[in-house]
Design a protein around this ligand. Structure first.
Ligand code: DC
Length: 217
């Protein structure tokens, strides 16, 4: 029987790194649902689709294929067969994803795609609505959070390590805006499932969080 483990939480809480590590330990697949929202945002931007027009976004989603391939180096994201793994991490895509994320009919499609993946193999999936909307019957659920200043610090360090110039003040504002967008949208908002285990990672390393999750499981 396939099993689903969900990890939800805000941007920068460490979900991806933790989810990947837990999946590896359990020999489960890892599902990065944010990458799906990002890939569709990229396609909408490339095709100059009006991001405020939900019908156009639904139409576009219906003509889109997103595949996630997991390699030891991370996740390879294929948008209609093209590798867009790097492009979907751009600041423009990051800041525009909320248009796709707030569109209820686009979310419905995303939810179906994600449920189809979770139906065929055991996964550790991370996002905002995995424990609440997509997999309410998941075997185990976690909600990973951290203080906003700590989340910003981690993002800044991550970007600097990748050799990118960072405007710390701007990044902090953008992250707070993303929190606000994630928490307040009516469809699939960021929310801890009632039966999710809450982990505050502010003072924990990635390994600490992974060990906590494994111990809980
Ligand atoms: O986790 P991430 O930063 O890659 O997510 C990118 C965006 O996608 C983020 O702004 C919120 C949205 N998202 C969502 O609405 N629901 C999900 N399950 C995952 C991500």
């Amino acid at each position: 029987m396939v099993k689903v483990i969900t990890i939800d939480g805000p941007a920068g809480a460490g979900k991806s790194t933790v989810a990947k590590a837990v999946a590896e330990r359990l020999k489960f697949s890892y599902l990065d649902t944010g990458a799906m929202y990002r890939a569709l945002t990229l396609k909408a931007m490339q095709n100059q689709v009006d991001l405020e027009d939900e019908s156009q976004l639904v139409d576009l989603a219906g003509k889109t294929r997103i595949d996630l391939e997991y390699t030891s180096g991370g996740v390879k994201v294929l948008l209609d067969g093209q590798d867009v793994s790097q492009d979907i991490r751009s600041i423009d895509v990051t800041n525009n994803t909320f248009y796709i994320a707030r569109a209820p009919r686009v979310r419905e499609l995303m939810v179906k795609w994600q449920q189809a993946i979770g139906a065929e193999k055991s996964i550790v999936t991370e996002g905002r609505d995995q424990g609440t909307v997509v997999f309410p019957q998941a075997a185990y659920k976690f909600y990973l959070d951290a203080d906003v200043q700590e989340r910003c610090k981690r993002r800044i360090e991550e970007l600097q390590a990748a050799g990118k110039d960072v405007d710390a003040k701007k990044l902090t504002e953008e992250l707070k805006q993303r929190d606000q967008n994630d928490l307040t949208r009516s469809a699939g908002p960021l929310k801890k499932a009632d039966d999710a285990c809450f982990i505050d990672s502010t003072y924990l390393s990635v390994d600490d969080v992974v060990e906590k999750i494994i111990a809980y499981l």
